[in-house]
Design a protein around this ligand. Structure first.
Ligand code: GLP
Length: 699
C-alpha cells in the first residue's frame, strides 16, 4: 500500500529542495490563507450536497490535506473533518491506517514515532490496536511513543496518572519495548521541571520528530493540556489547569477538589511540528467546541483551532460531535437540501431565532435575505403559509399528556392515546439522570394514572462522596458505644473496615468492593426519596446494578453481554407500551452511553411479535447538551410548583459529588426559547425526541 507522501520519506527531488514535507507545507499555507480570507457568513455560490444527506465519510484519514481543492463545505470548516457513524467505526478506520504505517516502516527497518493522547477519546483506538496486535500480528517493536501530557504531582502508580492509564489501556497489551515509551514525568521536583521539558523536546527531535500525533479535545478547546492562552509556538512546559478542565476530570478523581491543579504538557508548537495530526472527538458534549475549533477564528483561546494552519491535520468525529458543524446544523447555508418537513421546521426555527422574531411574524424578505429563499421557492408557498405550517408543527409538540390523552384524537399528538393506562418504562443510567432529564414528566405520568417503572441501570456508586460512607460507618460505631448492646457490637468490624478502607485508599484511591456496595446502597435510599417526591412508590423503582459499571471506573467502562441481557429481561418482563431512555448521543465512554447501548442492543433482541404493538421510545437528555427546539417531538410544560418539585427531587441526592441543580435552569431556558418562537409562555419545559431504531448505534 502506498503511503501518503507526508508520512513516507520520499527521495529528494532537486527542483523542490528535496523536501516533500516542506512542499506540502508551502502549498497548504496558501490553502489556509485562502480559507481565512473567506467571509463565513456569506452564502455559498456552489453546491456540495453529498455529505449533508449522508454524513458518514470513510475516506483516508492520514492524508495530506494541503493539496486539496477548497470545497463549499470548507468555506466553513477550515480543517478537514471526517464524520463517522460512531467512535468505534472511526477508531477502527484510524487504527487500520496506523497499522499500515507501522508495518510499512517496520518492513523497511525504520521506527514509527507516534504521539499519543489520554482521556476516554482514544480508548477505542487503543483497543483496536491491541486487537490488531493479538489477532493480526501487528508488532510495536519498531514504534517509539511520546505522550502529550501528565498531571503534575501524581506518582506513576496513581490510578489517574497518565502513565498508569497508558500502561492499562495500551502498553501492557502490546510488544513495545519499555525504553521506547516516553511520558512526561509528573513527579520531577519543581526546580527540575524546566530541564525535564527541554529534555522531552530534545528526545522528540532525536527520534526524528513525530510522524503522527493523536489528539483529543477538552471542553476548553485544549489539545494536550494547552489551556486558553497557550501560544501557537508554546513548547513543552508546566501549565495551570483551567477550572472547566478540572471539573471535567472531577468524576475520575471523586470530586473536583482532588483534581491536580497543574500538569506538564507538550506545547502547541511541539504538537504542530508533528508531520500529521488527527484530532478525535465523540459525543454531543464535544459538538460546540468541535465547531469552534473547526469553523471559528484561529485563536490562542482554543488551542485546537491552530490545527487549521497545519498541512496535514484531520478532525475525526462521530455524528454527535459533528452535529454543530454548519453543514449539519444549517445545511441550507452550505448547499442545496431536500426541503422535507423536518428540514423546513429546522430552517424556520433557525430563522426565527436568528432574527429574534416569532415564527408568525416572518416575512418573505426574511427568508430571502437570510439564505432560505429556496425553502419558499421549493413549494412556491409564501412565508405566511410556511410560517403557519411550522408554527403548528412546533405547537403540536406541546402536550400536558406525556403518556397520551385518553379518548383524544391522536392525529396531531406526540403520544398515542391507547392503551390507557400505559405501562411506562423509564431507564435512568445513573440514579439522578431520570430526575434531571424528566423529573416533572415522571410526576405527571404517575399522576395521570399510568403504571410507571423507574429502572436505575447502574448503581451510580462512583459518584458518592467518601464522607457519606464514613458518616454511616461512624454512626454505627457511635451506636455501639452509646447503646452498649450486643446487637450493635457485631457491626463494629464492618464499620471499622469501611473507615480503614477509605483511609487506606487516601485522597484519590479506588474504593474496594465493600465501600462501593455501601455507597450504592446509600444512593438507593436517595433515589427512592427522590422517587417519592415524584409520586412513585417503593415498588415502582428497580435497581439493576449493571455489571459494566460495578466492574469499571469512569472513562474505562466496557459493556458486556450480561448488561444487555439484564435490560432485555426488563423489557420482556415489564412489556412496556412506552420507554423513556437517554445516552444516545453521550460521550461513548460514559455510563450514559453504555447504558443506552445496552438498551439498543436489548431492543434488537425483542421478540418481533406482531400481536403486540411496538413500544414508543422517547429520548430525554440528562446531563448532556439539551435538545434544540427543532429536534423536539414532545414538549412537556411545567408550572413553577412542578419545577420546584423537580429541584426537590434532585436535591435528595445529597451524597452525590456533583448533583446537577442546573437542570431546572435548562428547562426554563427551553420555555423561553418556545416563548420567543411565539408559543405560549410557560415557566419551564422538559423535552423529548422520538427514537428511530434504525438510527441506533450498532452494538
Ligand atoms: C484531558 C487530556 C486531553 C484530552 C482531554 C479530553 O484534558 N489532557 O489530552 O483530550 O482530557 O478528554 P476525554 O477524551 O476524556 O474527553
Amino acid at each position: 500500500m502506498a503511503w501518503p507522501p507526508s508520512l513516507v520519506e520520499t527521495p529528494a527531488t532537486p527542483e523542490k529542495g528535496g523536501d516533500v514535507y516542506e512542499e506540502i507545507c508551502r502549498r497548504s499555507k496558501l490553502h489556509c490563507v485562502t480559507i481565512r480570507n473567506i467571509d463565513t457568513t456569506a452564502r455559498p455560490l456552489q453546491h456540495t450536497p453529498a455529505s449533508m444527506t449522508n454524513p458518514d465519510e470513510t475516506g483516508r484519514i492520514l492524508e495530506a490535506s494541503g493539496q486539496k481543492q477548497l470545497t463549499q463545505r470548507e468555506r466553513f470548516e477550515k480543517v478537514r473533518t471526517l464524520v463517522h457513524r460512531d467512535s468505534d467505526a472511526a477508531s477502527a478506520a484510524l487504527a487500520a491506517e496506523i497499522a499500515a504505517l507501522i508495518r510499512e516502516r517496520s518492513a523497511a527497518g525504520r521506527q514509527t514515532v507516534l504521539g499519543l493522547a489520554t482521556g476516554s477519546t482514544p480508548v477505542p483506538l487503543y483497543r483496536e490496536l491491541i486487537r490488531l496486535h493479538r489477532e493480526e500480528g501487528l508488532s510495536f517493536t519498531h514504534v517509539t511513543t511520546f505522550n502529550l501530557d501528565e498531571y503534575y504531582g501524581l506518582p506513576r502508580d496513581h490510578p489517574e496518572s497518565y502513565y498508569r492509564f497508558m500502561q492499562d489501556q495500551l502498553f501492557d497489551h502490546v510488544d513495545i519495548p519499555e525504553h521506547q515509551i516516553n511520558i512526561p514525568d509528573g513527579t520531577v521536583p519543581l526546580e527540575a521541571v524546566y530541564d525535564h521539558c527541554l529534555d522531552y523536546e530534545r528526545r522528540i527531535e532525536e527520534a526524528g520528530g513525530l510522524d503522527l500525533q493523536i489528539l483529543g479535545i477538552g471542553r476548553t478547546g485544549h489539545i494536550g493540556f494547552n489551556e486558553p492562552g497557550s501560544a501557537n509556538d508554546s513548547p513543552t512546559r508546566m501549565i495551570t489547569l483551567d477550572r472547566v478542565t478540572r471539573q471535567d476530570a472531577a468524576a475520575d478523581f471523586m470530586g473536583v477538589a482532588n483534581v491536580p491543579r497543574s500538569a506538564i504538557t507538550m506545547g502547541v508548537g511541539t504538537i504542530l511540528e508533528a508531520r500529521c495530526l488527527v484530532l478525535m472527538a465523540w459525543g454531543n458534549n464535544k459538538a460546540a467546541i468541535v465547531r469552534e475549533a473547526a469553523e471559528g477564528r484561529m485563536t490562542d483561546q482554543i488551542s485546537a483551532s491552530f490545527l487549521q494552519n497545519h498541512p496535514n491535520a484531520t478532525f475525526l468525529v462521530d455524528r454527535a460531535a459533528a452535529s454543530n458543524l454548519t453543514r449539519f446544523r444549517f445545511p441550507w447555508l452550505v448547499g442545496p437540501v431536500e426541503w422535507d418537513a423536518a428540514m423546513k421546521k429546522r430552517a424556520v426555527v433557525w430563522l426565527s431565532q436568528k432574527l429574534e422574531k416569532p415564527i408568525l411574524k416572518l416575512v418573505d424578505e426574511d427568508y430571502n435575505e437570510n439564505g432560505v429563499g429556496e425553502l419558499l421557492a421549493s413549494t412556491s408557498e409564501a412565508a405566511y403559509e410556511v410560517n403557519i405550517d411550522n408554527f403548528n408543527r412546533v405547537q403540536r409538540t406541546i402536550t400536558g399528556w406525556p403518556g397520551g390523552k385518553p379518548g383524544a384524537d391522536d392525529t396531531n399528538r406526540p403520544e398515542r392515546s391507547t392503551p390507557f393506562p400505559k405501562r411506562i418504562l423509564i431507564l435512568s443510567p445513573e440514579p439522578a439522570d431520570a430526575y434531571i432529564g424528566m423529573g416533572g414528566t415522571i410526576d405527571r405520568l404517575k399522576e395521570q394514572g399510568h403504571y410507571v417503572k423507574l429502572v436505575f441501570q447502574t448503581s451510580g456508586n462512583l459518584r458518592v462522596a467518601d464522607i457519606a460512607a464514613l458518616n454511616f460507618a461512624r454512626i454505627l460505631l457511635e451506636m455501639v458505644q452509646t447503646d452498649q448492646s450486643a446487637e450493635w457490637e457485631s457491626q463494629t468490624a464492618y464499620a471499622g473496615s469501611i473507615i480503614s478502607s477509605i483511609d487506606a485508599k487516601g485522597e484519590f484511591g479506588v474504593d474496594p468492593e465493600s465501600v462501593r456496595k455501601l455507597k450504592g446502597l446509600i444512593l438507593r435510599g436517595e433515589a427512592r426519596d427522590a422517587a417519592s417526591v415524584c409520586g412513585l412508590k417503593y415498588h415502582d423503582t428497580r435497581f439493576l446494578d449493571l455489571p459494566f459499571y460495578e466492574q469499571g471506573r469512569y472513562r474505562r467502562f466496557r459493556l458486556d453481554q450480561a448488561d444487555v441481557e439484564n435490560i432485555s429481561r426488563v423489557l420482556d418482563e415489564f412489556a412496556p407500551d412506552s420507554v423513556f431512555v437517554t445516552g444516545d448521543a453521550s460521550d461513548p465512554s460514559s455510563p450514559q452511553a453504555l447504558s443506552f447501548k445496552a438498551f439498543s442492543n436489548a431492543w434488537k433482541m425483542l421478540k418481533n411479535d406482531s400481536t403486540t404493538p411496538v413500544p414508543n421510545v422517547w429520548l430525554y437528555r440528562g446531563r448532556d447538551r439539551s435538545f434544540e427546539a427543532h429536534e423536539i417531538d414532545m414538549a412537556i410544560p411545567m408550572s413553577p410548583d412542578q419545577l420546584d418539585q423537580k429541584v426537590e427531587a434532585i436535591r435528595k441526592f445529597m451524597s452525590v459529588n456533583d448533583a446537577d441543580l442546573n437542570a431546572s435552569a435548562r428547562n426554563q431556558e427551553l420555555a423561553a426559547t418556545y416563548d420567543a418562537l411565539g408559543m405560549a409562555e410557560y415557566e419551564a419545559i422538559e423535552a423529548f425526541r422520538r427514537w428511530v431504531p434504525e438510527d441506533a448505534a450498532e452494538g
